[in-house]
Design a protein around this ligand. Structure first.
Ligand code: ZN
Length: 261
């Protein structure tokens, strides 16, 4: 086991179609707090590259439970759960945090913000031992009307607003279509090396833009766009100054769940 091996943390692939759910996940697992803690766990487990499509549960069973015992695995699970808890995020993020620590792709069913619960068959997190939970259930019956649900949602908002999370939960979601994923990529270009401890300061915006241009498939093979019209269609080359990065990246950064303020 090489203890000095540097482990770079790459942006986790988020394959969630819904834009708001995508953002919920991104704002959690792109946070410097999460990345720092996840890296510590990866180092402990000697994981040197993201699992991507590899099944982390199977890996845990084969490599950890067998070799290091159940107690060790329980401690790892607790450690991962503590990250979520310290970030003040509810138990519906459980799977996201586990998969992200191992660098697995996050897919549609890994995270949901709203559930229907059948109390004859309650999910495990209902009996979850952690005392702090902002997870409530709206119970529907065949007699329920839509306005009843709305009323309860408003009541939930009032209740939860009195707790720690306040406006953080219900603030307006401000990333338009297409903007979110692109801004995330810019964030990672600008801050990736800082997050991985390679640079003290983030890359400048001109440098970020330069590295963005390099991603153009034509640029990669040493060619350029033949017409202006073609250039304007290119998501990379069409960004001609860094103003837009300077506007959006700080918004993205501000939205990251950072318990350290
Ligand atoms: Zn291009």
């Amino acid at each position: 086991m090489n203890k000095n091996k540097r482990i770079d943390f790459e942006p986790i692939k988020i394959k969630i179609k819904d834009r708001k759910l995508f953002a919920d996940v991104a704002f959690a697992i792109d946070s410097p707090f999460f990345i720092r803690r996840a890296k510590q766990i990866r180092e402990k487990l000697n994981i040197s590259e993201p699992f991507r499509k590899k099944d982390c549960y199977l890996w845990i069973a084969k490599n950890l439970i067998k070799k290091k015992g159940k107690k060790f695995v329980k401690e790892i699970y607790e450690e991962i759960d503590n990250i979520r808890f310290e970030m003040n995020l509810t138990v519906n993020y459980e799977c996201v945090f586990l998969k992200a620590v191992f660098g697995c792709d996050i897919e549609d069913l890994d995270y949901e913000s709203t559930y229907l619960i059948n109390f004859q068959d309650p999910p495990a997190y209902i009996c979850y031992s952690r005392p702090k939970s902002e997870l409530y259930a709206i119970v529907l019956t065949p007699q329920t009307q839509e306005k009843d649900v709305e009323k309860l949602y408003k009541k939930y908002k009032e209740t939860i607003a009195k707790s720690l999370r306040k406006e953080e939960i219900f603030d307006n979601f401000d990333f338009g279509k297409g903007k979110l994923k692109r801004t995330r990529k810019w964030y990672w270009i600008r801050y990736g090396d800082v997050l991985n401890g390679k640079l003290k300061k983030p890359k400048t915006y001109p440098k970020t833009l330069e590295e963005w241009w390099v991603k153009c498939p034509l640029n990669k093979i040493g060619e350029t766009h033949k017409t202006d019209r073609e250039l304007k269609k290119c998501p990379y080359c069409s960004i001609t100054d860094w103003n837009i990065m300077e506007t959006l990246v700080p918004i993205y950064k501000k939205r990251l769940k950072n318990p350290e303020g």
